[in-house]
Design a protein around this ligand. Structure first.
Ligand SMILES: NC(=O)c1ccc[n+]([C@@H]2O[C@H](COP(=O)([O-])OP(=O)(O)OC[C@H]3O[C@@H](n4cnc5c(N)ncnc54)[C@H](OP(=O)(O)O)[C@@H]3O)[C@@H](O)[C@H]2O)c1
Length: 336
């Protein structure tokens, strides 16, 4: 079977190679999957560039954490799946007998990833594809959608009808967050560097958008758009550069899902106290959350927004588009 690898010490998309690998038969409790689609996350770009502190590419490894496909064989003792089932991999995988909450490890580093024609996974590391989602749409769920769902619907409460949600930027987490928040009855404000992307976000259901390049103090626009109240829940994907603005845009008793990485210390935490707000650290989500989210996607018919789908042979172009920033929502690779 064919698989891509990032070569040890990789720094750019030129270090992505297509190789031939022997097929692996599933062991006890394992499932062999013919992968059909994969999607990219910001983490994959960081790994490719050797700029992801939790994981350095010191050996050749297949990239990407998020994939979906079809079961083609099951090992002894597998009870949850059979050949022909449509499945999506979880972001965290069980390993060495550890439960998912004890020692979760991720696909695409340190575990071999999903930019390949096949993968063998533990049956507890995969879930059925919800509803009638395509393989490409299902491959948007494990990291981006799970993270947004956790911040909006799990961490410290859940978004209610009539709430205002603020999503920073128009990338994978924020756009699927926009879709989830709309399904929960909230109105959504996005920020973006691009007016054209704001218009696109409005077609996906955003109530308003603020260009953070032309409105450097964009929190003031968020307050204006909400009659001075601010946002009840914020998807904080920006980190150090955006955090103080997000705090200032927070409604009384609002929640911030802390998603993007911090580059330094954070000021203005006393404002959070005065607002009686809360911040929740988000690390994608647990298997139970993944199951709750997938149920909601099936019932609500939520289809993740995918900007471009590249054929397997042109996977490198998917990384190039990600690097350009010229996309809204997710970027996918269709694997035959
Ligand atoms: N904690 C977790 O579990 C977790 C899980 C997933 C992702 N993350 C982190 O969350 C962040 C987003 O991930 P992603 O996969 O959604 O990334 P992505 O698809 O690459 O999207 C990034 C988007 O961020 C926006 N952006 C960049 N600088 C910004 C700024 N100063 N203010 C507002 N928006 C800005 C851009 O939007 P415009 O082009 O519209 O300006 C860009 O499209 C990354 O830092 C990632 O590492 C964390």
């Amino acid at each position: 079977m064919h698989a891509y690898v990032l070569t040890a010490g990789c720094r750019s998309v030129d270090d992505l190679r297509l190789i031939e690998r022997p097929v692996v038969n599933p062991g006890p409790g394992q499932v062999r999957i013919r992968l059909r689609a994969a999607t990219l996350n910001a983490r994959d770009r960081a790994i490719l560039k050797g700029n992801y502190p939790p994981f350095a590419v010191t050996r050749d490894i297949t990239p990407l954490s998020d994939g979906a496909g079809e079961v083609i064989a099951v090992g002894a003792g597998v009870t949850r799946f059979k050949a022909g089932d449509r499945v999506v991999a979880g972001f965290f995988q069980p390993k060495d007998g550890l439960g998912l909450d004890e020692g979760p490890v991720q696909l695409g580093g340190p575990l071999e990833g999903v930019l390949a024609e096949e993968i063998v996974l533990d049956q507890d590391g995969i879930e059925p594809i919800p509803g009638d989602l395509s393989f490409v749409e299902a491959a948007c769920l494990p990291c981006a959608a799970m993270t947004a769902w956790n911040a909006l619907m799990e961490a410290g409460g859940s978004v209610k009808p009539g709430d205002t949600v603020l999503a920073l930027g128009t990338g994978g987490v924020s756009i699927i967050g926009l879709q989830i928040a709309r399904a929960a009855g909230a109105r959504v404000i996005v920020t973006s560097s691009s007016d054209a992307k704001i218009e696109r976000a409005k077609t996906i259901g955003a109530f308003a958008g603020v260009n953070y390049r032309t409105h450097v103090a964009w929190e003031k626009e968020v307050l204006r758009l909400t009659g001075g109240r601010g946002a009840d829940c914020i998807l904080e994907v920006g980190g150090f550069g955006t955090f103080s603005h997000s705090l200032a845009a927070l409604a009384p008793r609002g929640r911030i899902g802390l998603i993007g990485g911090f580059a330094g210390s954070v000021e203005n935490l006393s404002f959070l106290r005065a607002r009686r707000g809360s911040i929740h650290g988000i690390a994608v989500g647990t298997r139970e959350m993944f199951q709750r989210m997938n149920h909601a996607f099936a019932v609500q018919g939520i289809k993740p927004v995918v900007d471009r789908v590249f054929p397997f042979a042109q996977a490198a172009d998917a990384f190039r588009l990600q690097e350009s920033g010229d996309f809204v929502g997710k970027i996918a690779v269709e694997i035959g």
